[in-house]
Design a protein around this ligand. Sequence first.
Ligand code: GRF
Length: 218
Amino acid sequence: MNSTVARCSIVILISGRGSNMEALLAAVARGDLPVRVAAVISNRPAAQGLASAAAQGVPTAVVDHKAYAGREEFDAALAACIDGYAPDLVILAGFMRILSEGFVRHYEGRLLNIHPSLLPAFPGLHTHQRALDEGVRIHGCTVHFVTPALDHGPVVVQAAVPVLDGDDEATLAARVLAQEHVVYPLAVRWFAEGRLRLAGGRVFVDAERPIQAALIAP
Ligand code: GRF
């Protein structure tokens, strides 16, 4: 790894538990992810992930959405906070706020999200229960570049898991989450290594569109 790659700076946005943030920090600590985590920012002061990030020496900040009159005001304050760290990449990791078009455009091409379904299936909330209700046999998660439409944008990587007989929302969510923790660090690594290209609305890794078939869990 050369020093240019190592300098890719990221800001992670969370709202709660922060297990995807933890997976990213763990990958950095292991030497598997050549980024500098400039900050973890939450819209909720009580987000569990904040304390954990701080304990690992990562700068943290809170931009509490309740302190702002509306979405535009909140998004402006959030963007000001993020831009204070001058990141190359902004990572939504369980960040539970809908972002305005202006915010999304400001970070175009450097804003990633992870969603717990195989998009375009099941955008929005309660994805695991909806997958069970629909009787799908394959479910999963998606890392994508963010566009102004909710849970939409060019797909970087998806991981598929089977829906097993006897699954409930909790067991299915756990199986998907384990894959989230694999593919998010992978997607961020590709970005940090300068290997992602957007062409015709599709994301290429180098010149290819790899299939993560090996990620189908038993
Ligand atoms: C994850 O399932 C993620 O896909 C979704 O919100 C959840 C966040 O979990 N966007 P965590 O805070 O990363 O543990």
